[in-house]
Design a protein around this ligand. Structure first.
Ligand code: HEM
Length: 466
């Protein structure tokens, strides 16, 4: 049965959508806006609400925009308007000198030497979560999307603050869900108005931002109260003594100006890391498990690989090289269901990418969703085949696989996310066989991240102890 498994996709329009249908679809499922030709053309030019737009599937053009001349390509007013309520002016949305200062200051907190500390939090949180999961799995089908959202938020909370997020978790999840279902959805004026002119929904976004940042402040205050008199700023720059990302961020200094993050910057950075980090990794894990449930022989290969690994908080980082197949499943899930389905920029000045003229104001899309399924770039793009990512497989074509973006704005948390997804998957599959509880079709939907159209349930059967 699994040999015929076709990973689900939304209906692909045969032709470009008219304006009304485009706007409606954009609000509910951005990945369903791309017509068939998008998956076949190297460059697709269109007019988007009166503005020129380009979808890039050509490696040289992508390299030009994201890597060679990124200063000319900024986040669009719409992206800033839609995301600022949850991430403020932190790293994700900052531009120009402010972005350079933030990136330089934050980069050491995600350096490879910090990975053992991050993996420690991942393993501890996952161990705790698994013990709670045992009775839930025995009681009946489990909603693995909600489980993954809860676990990745717990991991983010511990990695950032060494705190169990229990006290704040429900409130945070409720606010993030509320935001994704309402204010993150673009309406016409959100797309057309410049940032200086508030759209009708911007007042609601501004109110949401105040409420959300107050919650982040409460969490920060709780953590700072615990650490008062403990390891405060200083002495943690090497990552050696740091308990968590907050210790590193408190100690961080811009290597050029010596400047530290003030309280507002710290709060917005924390909000950014929570929002950018946890929902993306949750859906990456959800789709990995969905695919493994659909193809039991792949699941058994992962189970065989991880069966003998005793993963602990102390050794978690060193276990990663011993699970190439588990990591390949994560990489393939990120190809088929990239959590960040679209990367959007706007050209600040006229430019050329090879043969292509890019006019000032052009909205430029690099869409991992399309790129990862492009007919000219991949062999059998719609097939689930983790072996593409095994260490002895040829690497994917250049700039054809971009789940974390590329260039100076590449995801700062990519290594953390990959480690987290592989460790959680390994620890879960060590304990349970995962199958779908119902055969109801699942369709991927993307507004902020790529998630299922409804949360399907799964049966988790305990595996015999190794
Ligand atoms: C599977 C999980 C993840 C995926 C697929 C993902 C994807 C991405 C992508 C595509 C970008 C680039 C966006 C652009 O160029 O416009 C990005 C940026 C970013 N990501 Fe991630 N991300 C993930 C996990 C994380 C984690 C765990 C963190 C932090 C803890 C994080 C923090 C950020 C930040 C702060 C940026 C902005 C970087 C900058 O502009 O300099 N992400 N992410």
């Amino acid at each position: 049965m699994s040999a015929a498994f076709a990973p689900p996709v939304p209906a692909i329009p045969e032709h470009r959508l008219g304006r009304g249908a485009y706007l409606r679809t954009l609000r509910t499922n951005t990945i369903a806006t791309w017509p068939r030709e998008a998956y076949e053309l190297p460059i697709r030019a269109a007019t988007l609400l009166g503005r020129p737009s380009l979808l890039l599937n050509d490696p040289e053009a992508i390299h030009h925009v994201l890597v060679a001349n990124p200063e000319n390509y900024r986040r669009t007013a719409a992206s800033i308007r839609l995301l600022r309520p949850v991430v403020g002016n932190g790293l994700l949305l900052a531009e120009g000198d402010a972005w350079r200062h933030q990136r330089r200051t934050l980069a050491p907190s995600f350096a490879p030497r910090v990975m053992p500390m991050l993996c420690r939090h991942i393993a501890l949180a996952t161990t705790g979560w698994l013990s709670g999961l045992v009775p839930r799995a025995a009681a009946g089908p489990v909603d693995l999307l909600a489980e993954m959202q809860g676990l990745t938020l717990e991991i983010a909370g511990r990695a950032l603050f060494s705190l169990e997020t229990g006290a704040f978790r429900d409130e945070m999840r409720a606010m993030i869900t509320e935001f994704g279902l309402t204010l993150a959805r673009p309406y016409l004026l959100d797309l057309l108005l410049p940032l200086g002119l508030p759209s009708p929904r911007d007042l609601l976004r501004w109110r949401f931002k105040r409420r959300w940042m107050r919650l982040i402040d409460r969490i920060l205050a709780a953590r700072l109260a615990v650490s008062a008199g403990g390891a405060g700023p200083g002495g943690t720059e090497t990552g050696g003594d740091a308990r968590d990302l907050l210790d590193l961020m408190l100690a961080a200094r811009d290597p050029e100006s010596g400047e530290a993050f003030d309280r507002t910057a710290l709060r917005e950075q924390v909000a950014t890391l929570i929002v950018a980090g946890h929902e993306t990794t949750a859906v990456a894990l959800f789709w990995s498990l969905f695919l493994l449930a659909a193809v039991p022989e792949e699941q058994e290969r992962v189970a065989a690989e991880v069966a003998g690994l005793a993963i602990t908080a102390e050794n978690a980082a060193t276990m990663l090289p011993r699970m190439p197949r588990t990591r390949a499943v994560v990489s393939e899930a990120l190809r088929l269901y990239p959590p960040a389905a679209t990367i959007v920029r706007q050209a600040m000045a006229d430019d050329r990418a090879g043969e292509i003229a890019i006019r000032r104001g052009t909205v430029v899309f690099v869409a991992p969703w399309v790129l990862h399924r492009h007919r000219r770039l991949w062999h059998e793009p719609d097939r689930f085949d983790p072996s593409r990512f095994l260490p002895d497989a040829p690497p994917p074509p250049r700039f054809a696989y971009l789940p974390f973006g590329a260039g100076p704005r590449i995801c700062i948390g990519a290594q953390f996310a990959l480690a987290e997804a592989a460790l959680v998957l390994a620890m879960l599959i060590q304990r349970f066989t995962v199958t779908r509880a119902t055969a109801e079709p699942v369709v991927p939907v993307s507004v902020v991240t790529t998630h299922p159209d409804h949360p399907p349930t799964f049966r988790l059967r305990a595996r015999p102890a190794a």
